[in-house]
Design a protein around this ligand. Structure first.
Ligand code: PGA
Length: 266
């Protein structure tokens, strides 16, 4: 069993800095990236907790490379079932067995490209918690939904599903406005703070101890804007796509967190 991540939901002393490598990384590329991160890990802010989420093919390799460092490993999806006749799927138990502590679930690329529903996301999250993983669940609205004034309604519906039977002490939520992912367009401070406040209120109303859940932001986070985003009091971490593929950028994002910033978390 993998060591439990340093996720302290009730009094977070660290910001979670999660790299979502998506479908990027041949063996030599992924290993070089992980090796560079390990090399830098001693210099990384003690107020940041790094998590890398490589493609499935790289998980055991990266697990070996980061062993003994303070970097945690995550998967990018899992199945709802433990095992069985589910060709091409990976279970939460397999992720845990490969060295993962986290799993990203409900990313908009899966919701929109694979038709993943809220019911599927919450079933996967239950399987992940049962396998001792922390599901990092993504929520967020499309540009059209935001322009129609429906952003909170859409995110509220996604949150209502998350509240069904999940342990709030073993979960994180990432607000990822779909229009900000991979576009270079970051949500404004006001957009992030407003939505995070709404998410905090909603999960606190729906789940006992919902106030304990770390809230991340994702969508075009880069070294140049991370410091600003991570300073926002409602932001407990960031989910980083493109910029997590460059070790120096990912390290710079982690190093934009100061101890004072980490203490401002909710
Ligand atoms: P991006 O992706 O940082 O490349 O916008 C974020 C994400 O999809 O989690």
């Amino acid at each position: 069993m993998v060591a439990s991540p340093a996720i302290k939901n009730t009094a977070p002393e660290k910001k979670l800095i999660v790299g979502n490598w998506k479908m990027n990384g041949l063996r030599h590329e992924g290993c070089a990236l992980a090796e560079a991160l390990v090399k830098e890990s001693g210099t990384i802010s003690s107020s940041s907790q790094l998590v890398v989420c490589p493609p499935f093919t790289l998980l055991p390799l990266i697990a070996d490379i980061i062993k003994g460092s303070n970097i945690f490993l995550g998967g990018q999806d899992c199945h709802t079932e433990h095992k069985g006749a589910f060709t091409s799927s990976i279970s939460a138990d397999m992720l845990e067995d490969a060295g993962c502590s986290y799993v990203i679930l409900g990313h908009s690329e899966r919701r929109h490209q694979k038709g993943e529903t809220d019911a599927m996301v919450v079933a996967k999250a239950s399987a992940a918690q049962a396998a001792n993983l922390i599901p990092l669940i993504c929520v967020g609205e499309t540009e059209q939904e935001r322009d129609s004034g429906l952003a909170q309604e859409i995110v509220g519906k996604q949150l209502a599903w998350i509240a069904r039977g999940l342990d709030p002490y073993r979960i994180a939520i990432s607000y990822e406005p779909v229009w900000a992912i991979g576009t270079g367009r970051t949500a404004s401070d006001v957009d992030i703070e407003d939505m995070h406040r709404f998410i905090r209120q909603t999960v606190s109303g729906l789940m006992r101890n919902g106030a304990a859940i770390p809230l991340l932001y994702g969508g075009s986070v880069k070294a140049s804007n991370a410091g600003n985003i991570l300073t926002l009091p409602s932001v407990d971490g960031v989910l980083v796509g493109g910029a997590s593929l460059v070790a120096a950028d990912f390290v710079a994002i982690a190093n934009s967190v100061t101890p004072a910033m980490a203490k401002t978390s909710f």
